[in-house]
Structures are given as structure tokens and as C-alpha cells.
Write a protein that binds this ligand. Structure first.
Ligand SMILES: C[S@@+](CC[C@H](N)C(=O)[O-])C[C@H]1O[C@@H](n2cnc3c(N)ncnc32)[C@H](O)[C@@H]1O
Length: 209
């Protein structure tokens, strides 16, 4: 098992029902954030670099340190919303983006969030959701998107040895979850993953039905 995988797996051993806001906040408070890669990942920055409409309403749920939002601000995007359930990271985000009027920061549960977005960016959030809530995740994502809105980002395409989070899976399982709500434009092995995640992710581009 590589260092990155060990770090990832150091954030669990909980029953699925106890993976709540308190759980995540305690991870942030005690700096047990093995999932945090310290930058926006190339798969997402490459996609967003060719995304034309800089005024699209963009949501990043379970955003953590929201490196993607820093990239989006630098790239001229004007309407970025972030939500995370953990006050310990949200407080930091509010400071980080205090002078960026393009960025709204919400502290709360994604499943209670209300809004209308053109694009939702998925980066290591789906794998944080207990598998018994994956259908709720897909339904909620669809409900937050405008017509033709899309989710783009990365999902793990591997089974983790230990109980999650992170919760892994395969594209075959994911297709069954998303197909009721989304047209699956892309769900393919990611060619530009960061090295520690090479050959273990799919890039997704899912269009709301
Ligand atoms: C594995 S971390 C990923 C963070 C960030 N996206 C990254 O890649 O570094 C999952 C994040 O989702 C947040 N989270 C978990 N469940 C959530 C929920 N129901 N609503 C909002 N945020 C949630 C956690 O606090 C945590 O910051």
C-alpha cells in the first residue's frame, strides 16, 4: 500500500451512520486530512481551462481547502459557491476568500443545500459519502443543477481494503446510480490523475437529464 493510500485510509474506522458533520469537523480540527493533495488536480484544471462561460454558476460541494476555487478565481470565473459541513475548514475558507467577491462560502450539509447551478465540481466528495446515500447524492446533485447542468470531476475507480471513508467503487456501479438522473457523457479512466492516484480514478462528465 502506498503512502497516499495509507494516509487516505487513516481517516476512517467509523460506522457509516457516525460519519456526520462532527466526524468531519474532528478530522479537520486534528489535521487528519490525508485526502488533501494541496492543489487543484490537473484533470479538473485542464477541463476548466477550456470552459468558456466564466459567469456560470459553479458549486464545489465537500470542498475542503477548495484549491479548485483558487484556480477558478485566477482564471476569471465570477460565480463560485463552496459548501463544507466542517466549521473548522469553513472558517479558514472564509478568511482565504474574504476579498474574493466571486466566492460564496457555505457551512452546512450538502444534502440540505439549496441553489441553482450550471456546473458542479466533484473532487473527493463522493467517496466521503456513505454508500447507502449514493442514490441521495445523485438525486441531490441533479436537483441543484439547471437544465443541461453538469457534474465534472473525479471518482475513485478502485475498492479500498479497509472500511471507508474513502468509499471506493467501479464505473459499472456508478453508472447504475447516476443513469436515472444524468446522461453519462464521460466516465472513463482518467489519463491525467496525480501520480499517487494513477490508474485508480475515472473522469466524469454527467449531464442532467
Ligand atoms: C475527503 S474530503 C475532500 C475535501 C476536498 N474536496 C479535497 O479533495 O481535498 C471530504 C470533504 O467533504 C466534507 N463533507 C463530508 N460530508 C459532507 C456533507 N454531507 N456536506 C458537506 N460537506 C461534507 C468534509 O468535511 C470534507 O471536507
Amino acid at each position: 500500500m502506498g503512502k497516499e493510500e495509507k494516509e487516505l485510509q487513516n481517516f476512517f474506522t467509523q460506522s457509516e451512520n457516525s460519519i456526520d458533520g462532527l466526524y468531519w469537523d474532528s478530522k479537520w480540527k486534528s489535521n487528519q486530512t490525508g485526502w488533501d493533495v494541496g492543489k487543484a488536480t490537473p484533470a479538473i484544471t485542464t477541463y476548466m481551462a477550456q470552459y468558456d462561460n466564466k459567469n456560470s454558476a459553479i458549486l464545489i460541494p465537500g470542498c475542503g481547502n477548495a484549491y479548485e476555487a483558487e484556480f477558478l478565481v485566477k482564471s476569471g470565473f465570477t460565480n463560485i459557491s463552496l459548501i463544507d459541513v466542517a466549521p473548522n475548514v469553513v472558517d479558514k475558507l472564509k478568511e482565504k476568500f474574504a476579498s474574493a467577491s466571486q466566492v460564496k462560502v457555505f457551512c452546512g450539509d450538502f444534502f440540505d443545500h439549496q441553489g441553482n447551478y450550471d456546473l458542479i465540481i466533484e473532487q473527493t466528495f463522493f467517496c466521503a459519502i456513505p454508500p447507502n446515500r449514493r442514490n441521495d447524492y445523485a438525486e441531490k446533485m441533479a436537483s441543484l443543477l439547471n437544465i443541461n447542468g453538469k457534474i465534472i470531476g473525479l471518482l475513485f475507480n478502485k475498492i479500498f481494503e479497509n472500511q471507508g471513508p474513502p468509499f471506493g467503487g467501479s464505473s459499472n456501479e456508478y453508472k447504475v446510480i447516476f443513469e436515472p438522473y444524468f446522461t453519462i457523457k464521460i466516465m472513463d479512466e482518467c489519463y491525467n490523475s496525480i501520480l499517487p492516484r494513477a490508474n485508480s480514478e475515472v473522469f466524469i462528465n454527467l449531464i442532467k437529464k
